[in-house]
Design a protein around this ligand. Structure first.
Ligand SMILES: [Zn+2]
Length: 223
């Protein structure tokens, strides 16, 4: 085996597949026929936040889209295509936008750290920071970091709720909830950010109420 070989991963894969087949005979044959996940997970690319493991779901149970900082931009055809396929064809019932504390993308945007090309992508999180600066300004550095990780997940969940795919699904009465979560790297636990939206009429009010939980101190100027 050369140092460039990934044989150890292929060996691990075969052992895993054989173990699953032993425990659940026919598992892969059944899954190969079709997928019918109930969930679409939109999360950060961070290696410490693997979608299936975090919520203990097996292959076939969660459709996944991940990018740096779990950002949903209205012109991102990649993310929009994932959402459209998940909602229109797979008929997922829940979309969870999952941020995580200690997110490198969020911290870079918050502290103005240069990353490179990704700076342009992280600018979307910088926009979230600017929009809620009055809520962040009164917090200490550590609190700001946690709050912006949460606020970013809330904002991106609302962006999902504003897509024409989700709006059209709600209009035709398709059951669909959009959630905002934040995952803790230190304890492995997900926090529900209280921004679950299930119809167009209430979405904006729920989004605004979720953000109002962060105190806004008038005249605050601390960065
Ligand atoms: Zn991250």
């Amino acid at each position: 085996m050369t140092s460039s070989s990934l044989q150890h991963l292929i060996d691990a894969n075969h052992a895993w597949a054989e173990g699953v087949s032993r425990q659940q005979p026919g598992f892969f044959q059944q899954l190969a026929k079709q997928q019918s996940p109930r969930y679409l997970w939109i999360g950060c690319s961070d290696s410490r936040v693997p979608a299936n493991q975090v919520v203990a779901l097996a292959p076939g149970e969660v459709f996944v889209h991940r990018n740096v900082g779990n950002v949903i931009v209205h012109s991102d055809l990649n993310a929009l295509s994932v959402i459209q396929y998940a909602v229109d064809y797979l008929k997922v019932e829940h979309i969870m936008v999952v941020g995580h504390y200690g997110c490198g993308g969020v911290l870079a945007a918050l502290h103005g750290q240069r990353v490179g090309l990704a700076d342009n992508w992280l600018r979307h999180i910088g926009d979230v920071k600017m929009r809620h600066y009055a809520r962040l300004a009164s917090l200490c550095r550590h609190e700001q970091e946690d709050a912006l990780c949460e606020m970013n997940a809330i904002e991106q969940a609302f962006n999902v709720a504003q897509t024409n795919v989700v709006r059209d699904a709600w209009k035709r009465g398709q059951p669909l909830c959009v959630h905002g979560w934040c995952y803790g790297l230190k304890d492995g636990k997900v926090k529900d950010l209280g921004v679950t939206m299930s119809c167009a009429e209430d979405a904006e009010q729920i989004y605004r109420a979720a953000l109002q939980r962060y105190p806004c101190e008038a005249g605050a100027s601390k960065a």
